[in-house]
Unconditional design. Sequence first.
Length: 126
Amino acid sequence: MAAFAIPVTYTPMTPALDWTGRPKFNPDGTQVSTPGKTYAAQGVFDAAYVEVTPAGAGPFPSTEGMEYGAPGGITEGRPVIGVQLSAMPTRPIQGDQILINGANYVVKEVQPDSHGWALLLLNLAP
């Protein structure tokens, strides 16, 4: 963290719930939510993280030897940020917003590890 972390501005989102306690959704399928209190945080940002889907996962044919870039697999470059969960005032969730190096991002997925960190897969905010 000391060597690679950069400052970011984090805005947690609070999902709106219906009378049954279930999340509400907009007609376009996005979850209805309201922004919480923005705070300063730190994380290790990577604008070109490569995500690999192994062959055989999904509608693609499987291959015998799984190697990086093997036929049938998918690689995808995407921005991610690694955060130390104990340093965050709120637990990251899908839909949270992050300002990194002047660009606005939305958390697509939270992938916690077993060491108190989480990798946040990001999309550019619309």
